[in-house]
Design a protein around this ligand. Structure first.
Ligand SMILES: [Zn+2]
Length: 133
């Protein structure tokens, strides 16, 4: 098995709904994301997957759908207020934790037909979550 990985970064806002810690307050992060792809064979160019393709498929989606957005739990009443104010909000079924965001990105990459192995998501330089299958 060969693996290749590419790193991405984006900025986002969020808060954890019905949570007692300080992350219940609306705040932001500069996330770092690593997407790892596995392939059993190399293509005719000797590549598991061209990094250019990974950037195009995943990087574009992150830029267009995640960067500078606010992530909220679908039941969070703040979502309605922000949507009415014209803010782009991304609703998740659960709280928008690093774990949930890693899985959201993993699921998107898998939906594009790529053999994603794992997604690492750094909420801060010291705290990161991984989703893998
Ligand atoms: Zn946070």
């Amino acid at each position: 098995m060969f693996t290749v990985a590419r790193d991405f970064s984006f900025s986002y806002g969020h808060r954890l709904y019905r949570y007692e810690g300080k992350c219940r307050r609306l705040h932001g992060h500069n996330a770092e994301v690593r997407v790892e792809i596995g392939m059993d064979e190399l293509d005719e160019h000797g590549m598991a997957l061209d990094f250019v393709n990974l950037k195009e498929i995943v990087g574009r989606w992150i830029d267009e759908e995640l960067d500078h957005r606010v992530f909220l739990a679908s039941g969070d009443p703040l979502a309605k207020v922000l949507v009415e104010a014209g803010e782009p909000v991304v609703l998740l079924s659960g709280n928008p934790t690093a774990e949930q965001l890693a899985k959201t990105i993993f699921d998107y990459v898998a939906s594009q037909g790529l053999n994603v192995r794992r997604v690492d998501f750094w909420e801060t330089k010291n705290c990161h979550a991984t989703y893998s299958r």
